[in-house]
Design a protein around this ligand. Structure first.
Ligand SMILES: NC(=O)c1ccc[n+]([C@@H]2O[C@H](COP(=O)([O-])OP(=O)(O)OC[C@H]3O[C@@H](n4cnc5c(N)ncnc54)[C@H](OP(=O)(O)O)[C@@H]3O)[C@@H](O)[C@H]2O)c1
Length: 220
């Protein structure tokens, strides 16, 4: 069995590699895939160099499972094409509410795996995944009607670019210089911003809406 990780150079991709290394899951070849920018870069996995391949010309018929962790636009463009050849496990938000794609947290609803229709499995938002694991046993016992949630999320949740911005801004602030924000609405160094993702028409942010909708789908 061969595996591909699309977005292997990013935060989720690198974490997936770490888990694959720690859990010692059995597979033959590992293909690390990212954008043309990273093509040819070397990533060490289990002491061996792996060259990063360009998604644009990657052949998914070589693998049995492809983890997608390159954002929703990439999943929109490539996941269904890949799913013609292999099982896609998608970390982005693109397929989460698709009725033909199960939204799986293994500890909670692996029984939904029998609903795979497009050869794609979606994962919930990271806050949702933690929430449903804690709440599912209570839901099974009492049937939860309402959950009030506050999350305190790290900059890493936004990906590699916001993390780089935090490092840059921290240096500038410590040097007494002015900062400019690129990935956030305000300075993020030495700060906490009560706002994630864009606002929808009803005043909630998309991050808040994701949590609410995905929890319901996961508990269904
Ligand atoms: N961070 C989290 O805690 C978290 C948790 C759960 C789910 N997610 C979701 O997982 C996905 C990835 O998040 P992340 O935090 O890992 O983002 P990230 O650190 O910004 O990494 C993005 C990855 O996508 C690749 N990529 C970007 N454009 C590409 C293209 N045109 N073709 C091929 N590859 C491309 C990047 O490759 P290059 O390096 O070559 O640009 C990089 O490997 C997002 O959908 C996110 O919402 C994130």
């Amino acid at each position: 069995m061969n595996i591909a990780i699309v977005g292997a150079t990013g935060n989720v991709g690198r974490k997936t590699l770490e888990v694959l290394e720690k859990k010692e899951l059995p597979f033959d070849n590992l293909y690390l895939v990212a954008s043309s920018k990273s093509e040819g870069q070397k990533i060490i996995f289990k002491g061996k160099d792996h060259e990063v391949l360009n998604l644009e010309n990657f052949d998914f018929s070589k693998v049995k499972i492809a983890f997608f962790a390159a954002g929703k636009k990439i999943s929109e463009k490539f996941a269904e094409k890949a799913a013609k050849h292999c099982l896609v496990i998608d970390n982005s938000s693109f397929f989460r509410m698709d009725p033909d794609v199960p939204l799986i947290v293994p500890q909670v609803n692996s029984s939904h795996l029998d609903q795979i229709k497009k050869n794609i499995i979606a994962n919930p938002n990271c806050s949702t995944a933690q929430l449903v694991i804690a709440c599912k046993p209570l839901h099974d016992l009492f049937v939860i009607k309402r959950i009030v949630v506050s999350t305190y999320q790290s900059v890493s949740g936004g990906g590699k670019a916001p993390m780089d911005e935090l490092i840059e801004q921290t240096k500038l602030v410590l040097d007494g210089k002015n900062v400019k924000s690129k990935n956030f609405t305000k300075q993020i160094a030495f700060n906490a911003i009560p706002h994630i993702d864009v606002f929808a028409d009803d005043g909630y942010t998309k991050e808040e809406l994701k949590m609410s909708k995905e929890t319901k789908k996961n508990f269904r």
